[in-house]
Structures are given as C-alpha cells and as structure tokens.
Write a protein that binds this ligand. Structure first.
Ligand SMILES: [Zn+2]
Length: 131
C-alpha cells in the first residue's frame, strides 16, 4: 500500500481509483497511511509503536489505548462500507457541477435516499475548499 503514486497519491482516473480501493481493507490502509504517514502514533500518549487488531483497530504498544483509523473523521461509526464512502468522495470531488443526493444514490446504487443525503451532508461539511 506504500507504493501509491498516481496523481501524487491521489488516483488520476476511475480505473486507478477502482484498483486502489477495491475493498474496505484497502480504504482502511489508505486512511492509515494518510493519518500516520510515518507509522502509527498513539493519539492518547504519543507513543510511536502499535499494532493492528483483528477488527481493524489499532492498539498502542505503550498504553494499550485502542483507536480506529476512522475515529474523528467523517467515516467514524458509519455502517456504510468504506468502499461506498470512497466512491461517494470520488463522485463528489469529480462532479463538475456538483452532485445531488439523488445523483449520489443512483451512482452508488444504494437503496436509501436518506443514506445518500446524510453522506452528502457529511461530505459537504468537510469538503468546502474549491478544488
Ligand atoms: Zn498510547
């Protein structure tokens, strides 16, 4: 997962996007890499060593604090798979004229308009910078 480059570690195309983020584990790896580019850092005690647990969370080697790579992000405590979230981010970021909840629901083929609307709301709350 460290070999990413593309448009400087951001996928340049749909094909690249799909090959990078095929599974939730891929997405989690990417988030971990963004969050801890030099390796895990405990957000509780600042220790720089830890390991990944079977459920995908991380545990600090010093204080045993457990954290998720999605903690404090818009992906925190979501029941929607990360692959769907990443696809939503991609659609949101690449739609030239913006995207509606209905458009997102159709693109992602998710059953609930309410879910699409809530995702879009979260995306808009953080992605406010042009470009
Ligand atoms: Zn710690």
């Amino acid at each position: 997962m460290v070999a990413l480059r593309g448009g400087q570690d951001y996928p340049r195309s749909v094909g690249e996007f799909l090959s990078w983020f095929g599974t939730d584990a891929d997405c989690r790896d990417y988030l971990a890499w963004l969050r801890w580019p030099d390796g895990f850092v405990c957000d509780e005690c600042g220790h720089v060593d830890g390991w990944r647990l079977a459920d995908g969370r991380w545990e600090c080697a010093a204080c045993s604090h457990r954290t998720s790579v999605t903690a404090g992000t818009i992906f925190d405590r979501t029941r929607t798979p990360l692959t769907v979230w990443f696809h939503a981010c991609w659609s949101f970021a690449t739609a030239k004229d913006g995207i509606s909840a209905l458009g997102l629901q159709r693109t992602l083929q998710i059953g609930s308009y309410q879910t699409a609307w809530a995702m879009l709301h979260r995306l808009r709350s953080v992605l406010i910078r042009p470009g």
